[in-house]
Design a protein around this ligand. Structure first.
Ligand code: AMP
Length: 358
């Protein structure tokens, strides 16, 4: 392992708000970030040293990008893995592409997690209308039909509460390739784990936030979580450790769980920094963004303990961000806006974090 010295350049694939917050964390400790993204500009453009516009499938452009930096990472996982492999000959790439590939496909992800000892929702693969009927018979209702690839923020999902909903769900998703039918898990609480692993193999966890989703989009993350979640954190962490080690992971990743009566149920993992970890910027000794940067440049991880007795993060979705002056005028609120120009419904425009109990 070699530790890159300050002044080195980190290449980031993807230029959204995660790239923006990674670039800010890198700049704070003296590193520069170059962004590679297909758009002309994006939330990371305001804070990075260089923005390279290129297609994620353009291996030559990715290789040229990698030649210009000292290490490459990614903040966006819906990228075809093969072109990314061309980076390896030009610069080290963290996290491993295997993690990206597994996280891109809900079936691979659930199979991999189960191999590592996870409990998952009952599920079945669906490739035809007949498969869907068979899956409903096997799994029962209520269930959720999901695309296996490229779903995010609740997109690419249709609920099947009763048998009669199958036609509508099929019509909505049948063009999206292989689908997965998942049994609805009864749960009172959702939580996630944020995990960092450095190049020496040291692992750190932050406190597990309890997450509330609205319309499939994360609304709030709160620490400490409900006692019922806290009971399940040790089992969830043991699983996360097995996953991190099996993948020889370097960087930060997140796993989302349902806290069911039977214990933690693995929902999905993201091989990157995660929205449910934004609270760590002010709420922990070291943020998820800084620890991801530390891991990829070869530094040891920073501490992950809480910086306050409690922390609440709320996403500003669409028009929520119009109240920026109100949030900015509250001395207990940290306002984060991502510099997006258009506040479309369902679009993450920023977030606010409050430290509580101080
Ligand atoms: P996902 O895109 O899989 O994270 O789904 C978005 C949200 O939908 C989750 O955070 C849950 O609130 C809900 N959800 C997804 N899958 C299930 C399931 N199998 N059982 C219960 N709720 C689910």
């Amino acid at each position: 392992m070699t530790t890159l010295p300050p002044g080195s350049t980190i290449g980031i694939i993807g230029g959204g708000q995660l790239g923006r917050m990674l670039s800010i964390a890198a700049a704070q400790i003296g590193y520069r970030c170059h962004i590679f993204a297909p758009e002309e500009s994006g939330p990371a453009a305001d804070v990075c040293a260089k923005w390279v516009q290129g297609d994620y499938s353009d291996s030559a452009a990715l290789a040229a990008f990698a030649d210009d930096v000292d290490v490459v990472t990614f903040e966006f996982e819906n990228v075809e893995p093969d072109p990314l492999r061309s980076i390896a000959a030009h610069a080290p790439l963290y996290p491993p592409i295997d993690a990206l590939e597994i996280g891109q496909d809900r079936i691979r992800e659930k199979t991999f997690a189960a191999d590592c000892g996870a409990r998952t929702a009952d599920w079945a693969e669906v490739n035809s209308r007949a498969d869907l009927d068979a899956a409903i018979t096997k799994i029962g209702t209520p269930a959720i039909l999901k695309t296996t690839r490229f779903g995010y923020d609740g997109k690419g999902q249709a609920r099947i509460i009763k048998l009669g909903d199958a036609d509508i769900a099929w019509d909505a998703l049948s063009d999206a390739g292989t689908l997965i039918l998942e049994k609805m898990v009864p749960f009172a609480h959702e939580f996630s784990l944020l995990i960092a692993r450095d190049q020496q193999g040291s692992i750190a966890f932050w406190d597990a936030p309890e997450n509330v989703h609205k319309d499939g989009i994360l609304a709030t993350s709160t620490v400490p979580a409900h006692p019922k979640v806290l009971e399940q954190v040790p089992a969830a962490r043991a699983l996360a450790r097995r996953i991190a080690e099996k993948l020889n992971y370097v960087g930060v990743f997140a796993i989302e769980f349902f806290a069911s009566d039977e214990g933690p149920v693995f929902n999905e993992m993201a091989p990157r920094v995660h929205n449910s970890g934004h609270w760590t910027i002010e709420g922990a000794v070291t943020s998820q963004f800084e620890n991801h940067i530390r891991a990829v440049i070869g530094l040891p991880l920073g501490g992950t303990k809480l910086a306050a007795p409690g922390v609440e993060m709320r996403n500003l979705i669409g028009a929520d961000a119009d109240k920026w002056l109100e949030w900015a005028s509250d001395p207990l609120t940290h306002l984060h806006l991502y510099g997006k120009h258009e506040a479309r419904a369902g679009r993450k425009m920023g977030h606010i974090t409050r430290l509580t109990g101080l």
